[in-house]
Design a protein around this ligand. Structure first.
Ligand SMILES: *[C@@H]1O[C@H](CO)[C@@H](O)[C@H](O)[C@H]1NC(C)=O
Ligand SMILES: *[C@@H]1O[C@H](CO)[C@@H](O)[C@H](O)[C@H]1NC(C)=O
Ligand SMILES: *[C@@H]1O[C@H](CO)[C@@H](O)[C@H](O)[C@H]1NC(C)=O
Ligand SMILES: *[C@@H]1O[C@H](CO)[C@@H](O)[C@H](O)[C@H]1NC(C)=O
Ligand SMILES: *[C@@H]1O[C@H](CO)[C@@H](O)[C@H](O)[C@H]1NC(C)=O
Ligand SMILES: *[C@@H]1O[C@H](CO)[C@@H](O)[C@H](O)[C@H]1NC(C)=O
Ligand SMILES: *[C@@H]1O[C@H](CO)[C@@H](O)[C@H](O)[C@H]1NC(C)=O
Ligand SMILES: *[C@@H]1O[C@H](CO)[C@@H](O)[C@H](O)[C@H]1NC(C)=O
Length: 489
């Protein structure tokens, strides 16, 4: 694969690292030069390098799904036992490969777009086929009493649940549970409701809404920051500051990322803004990346982190907002009792974790991180992980839920949205290796031929052009600002 032009910017960033080989003095010079290029090319405006990368994501993104299979269905149905769960997966789909749609540049330094949803199955990255069957929660039966709390309605619903032979659990294929199936209970209702449902139904051909982001042309520090989502600055799902649409969409951040920054981003999957904090440096294929992780505090209970008070909307499961780790997003899911958590209830309170059996949370597999190239602010690799759960509640009038003893959060599946291997990586390596060779050659040729000072400086020291063309100038300026100046003079 040929290295396309949109790699140039990132290559530029790497030059800094390459130059650093020649000594600490090189870094400020390199940063300054790169800084100028970044300021020109990192903004999201038609024609810049960043624009290409922004329009169509530079690397392949996958969603790996693990579906929770219930090992003891008869005990759960007949005795209201704790479900014993076993995760089945990964079932991998390639996502986010379509270009952004309805891209419109506005006069106020913003650009709006929609992100089309698409998922295509990747059999060779999956444990089985989409036809694999799992025993899982019956979404329609469990959601019904939450949508219709009235006794009379529940008595009616109960008759249709029974006549359609639905129970609290169901057998479904992976494809059905993810992308939709016709539910027998909903299908038997005499009122007109869409009988198709699935955790991500409908997906293909939909978008998660209109985004309007700052291009950075007016203020580079606002590059990619969301100005509005669905034409609003607030979501209207939460109270107070929890409702704010903060930061970017996570795909990139304003350039010159610092370790002490809190990187805010909005995720429509979890219906909220969240944030990452610096965790450490990662060298991936020779490139230094800053790893930002979503910290445990982001999911802590309001008793621990006061600011989280407005994310506590369910007093039952959270035991009056003293428990951590699950987010009630029913306000954003048409009142369906959907709860989001980290996979395997990572960072959640023990009580929530122990309402089901078979989960084993660990940070390495279940946390969310973004690896960001700090100079450009591009997220080069990431793993966004979340678990989708439904709240199961006893309902006296619905026989299928009679055995449920206490309300609890029932995991359905978890997903890892991940870049497998950033496609540009090979180019990075090649380009950076070429630069290294070039620098070595120039170094040698300088030594061999000798140079007068006037020849050593680039013609216009204040302007920056692509490193590949003016590299000699850069190198020499750097050398002259360092120890070797004595030798040359
Ligand atoms: C970007 O600019 C090119 C050439 O000027 C033009 O053909 C293209 O339609 C523009 N794209 C958008 C989204 O405005
Ligand atoms: C994009 O805009 C066109 C025309 O304005 C509209 O028909 C289309 O539905 C929009 N696309 C999306 C994904 O909303
Ligand atoms: C979604 O679209 C992709 C690409 O067209 C296709 O491969 C996939 O099967 C579709 N998924 C569903 C659930 O229809
Ligand atoms: C899955 O099941 C459908 C319908 O039963 C069948 O047409 C399809 O070939 C199956 N796919 C695989 C991969 O087994
Ligand atoms: C799921 O399938 C298994 C095996 O075919 C069967 O024993 C079980 O009763 C089914 N469960 C439900 C909820 O339909
Ligand atoms: C959004 O919410 C914040 C925090 O509560 C508030 O200060 C701001 O005025 C709200 N903005 C709009 C447009 O409603
Ligand atoms: C949004 O950002 C403001 C600071 O700019 C912060 O106070 C608030 O808590 C953030 N909200 C969310 C939901 O992250
Ligand atoms: C929550 O608080 C209410 C009143 O403040 C109390 O009646 C109830 O028992 C509390 N529930 C839990 C689970 O602590």
């Amino acid at each position: 694969m040929a290295c396309s032009r949109n790699l140039g910017l990132l290559t530029g960033a790497i030059i800094g690292a390459v130059l650093a080989i020649f000594g600490g003095v090189l870094i400020p010079v390199g940063d300054n030069l790169i800084g100028k290029a970044i300021k020109k090319e990192a903004v999201i405006a038609n024609g810049t390098i960043a624009y290409q990368n922004w329009l169509v994501p530079g690397s392949s993104v996958y969603r790996e799904f693990w579906i929770f299979h219930v090992l003891n269905p008869s005990e759960v149905l007949d005795e209201g036992a704790r479900p014993k769960l076993e995760q089945r997966g990964p079932y991998t789909y390639r996502v986010r490969y379509l270009p952004k749609e309805n891209v419109t540049e506005h006069d106020d330094g913003t650009i709006s777009y929609m992100l089309p949803n698409v998922a295509s199955f990747e059999p060779e990255m999956s444990v089985g086929t989409e036809n694999d069957t799992v025993t899982c929660l019956n979404l329609a039966v469990v959601a019904a009493p939450a949508l219709y709390p009235g006794t009379f309605m529940q008595i009616l619903l109960n008759t249709w649940i029974k006549s359609s032979k639905s129970t609290m659990l169901q057998n479904r294929t992976v494809k059905e549970i993810l992308w939709g199936y016709t539910d027998p209970f909903l299908n038997s209702l005499p009122i007109s409701v869409n009988p198709v449902l699935g955790v991500f139904y409908p997906y293909n051909g939909t978008t998660d809404g209109l985004y309007r982001v700052y291009t950075g042309t007016e203020d580079i520090t606002k590059t990619a920051i969301i100005e509005s989502y669905k034409n609003k600055r607030n979501l209207s799902y939460w109270e107070g500051h929890c409702d704010m649409v903060n930061g970017t969409d996570g795909a990139s951040f304003p350039p010159f990322v610092k370790k002490n920054q809190v990187l805010r981003f909005f995720s429509s999957d979890i219906c909220r803004s969240i944030y990452g904090v610096f965790q450490g440096k990662k060298i991936v294929k020779g490139i230094t990346l800053y790893r930002f992780t979503v910290p445990r505090e982001a999911f802590a209970s309001p008793t621990e982190v006061g600011d989280n008070y407005c994310f506590c909307t369910d007093r039952v499961i959270s035991q009056n907002c003293t428990l951590a780790g699950v987010l009630d997003i029913s306000a954003c899911k048409a009142k369906r009792p959907v709860y989001i958590s980290l996979p395997h209830f990572l960072h959640a309170s023990e009580v929530i974790l122990h309402d089901v059996e078979g989960l084993s949370p660990n940070e390495k597999e279940h946390e969310t991180f973004l690896d960001i190239e700090p100079t450009t602010g591009f997220t080069l690799q990431f793993a966004k992980r979340l678990q989708v759960n439904l709240l199961v509640k006893p309902a006296a009038k619905i026989d299928a839920l009679k055995k449920v003893k206490n309300p609890y959060v029932f995991p359905i599946l978890w997903l890892n949205e991940v870049t497998k291997d950033f496609r540009v990586s090979q180019c990075f390596i090649e380009t950076s290796a070429k630069q290294r060779v070039k620098i070595q050659r120039q170094k040698i040729s300088l030594m061999v031929r000798g140079f007068t000072l006037s020849q050593l400086y680039p013609k216009e020291p204040g302007t920056y052009s692509p490193p590949s063309q003016h590299h000699a100038g850069t190198f020499v300026r750097i050398v002259l600002s360092g120890k070797k100046r004595d030798a040359l003079q």
